[in-house]
Design a protein around this ligand. Sequence first.
Ligand code: AMP
Length: 287
Amino acid sequence: MMATVVRTKEEIRRLVAAARAEGRRIGFVPTMGALHMGHRALMEQAVAENGFTVLSVFVNPTQFGPAEDFDAYPRQLEADVALATEVGVNVVFAPRADEMYAPDHSTWVQEESLSEGLCGARRPGHFRGVATVCMKLFNIVRPDRAYFGRKDYQQLQVIRRLVRDLDVPVEIVPVATVRDGDGLAKSSRNQYLSSDERRAALAIWRSLKQASALIIGGEKSPRAVADAVRAEIVREGVLRVEYIEIVHAETLEPIAPLEGPILVAVAVHCGSTRLIDNIVVDAPATA
Ligand code: AMP
């Protein structure tokens, strides 16, 4: 059976309430659509773990900066519904922007610590938009579990903190990053890449694996790791580094010497496309 597509809050609430009344657990996968195998992994896990799964497809205007790709962002609802159906998703919630935001919307959810660095420092207002839309979606769908990819590691941490700090009754389930066979992390923005750009972009994952090997091998200096990552990336002329951050994987704060769970996160511009990726590595204790 095709997944049901609903456009209104009223209808999604009704369908979820009916499923809950039957004793089903509600799984939820929030996305901006243009679904790929990364989203598929989230949906599959949600379907496996819950009796009723809701996918949301909403290109959230409030998380894009004025100079970002909101208008150009790929939209392909029909294909998204087909994939969701194949995986066993019950309902696709695809609201229009005016269903989600009143013209005089004026309330925001702002996480004030984990959002500060990495992407937050370069995309002002981004995590405020993400946190606000997720809070709204949690309140509309009221899922038992919500699934988020580690590909957007900072986003995952911000949402976990939001749920903890505001006592939102949902379990956040992290899902491993899905990659192409050659290592490029799946992203809706990969469709923007020319074949030369795509080839160059492979340096991102290569550089992260190199960082991982260095840290596991005992490198304690974040600067040395960052330099190695940068060298690997800039060897590809097409790539421009926006940031390379080496931080504690839980606090997202700088840490030196490297010890414990370490996040190596990068944002790279590949032509006009911005790509992010990361790896978490356990740094051995200092001897
Ligand atoms: P987006 O549609 O880009 O907002 O992403 C929706 C969800 O899919 C987020 O939780 C992302 O972290 C997750 N996601 C995106 N790409 C991947 C990937 N390659 N592997 C795993 N999860 C992903």
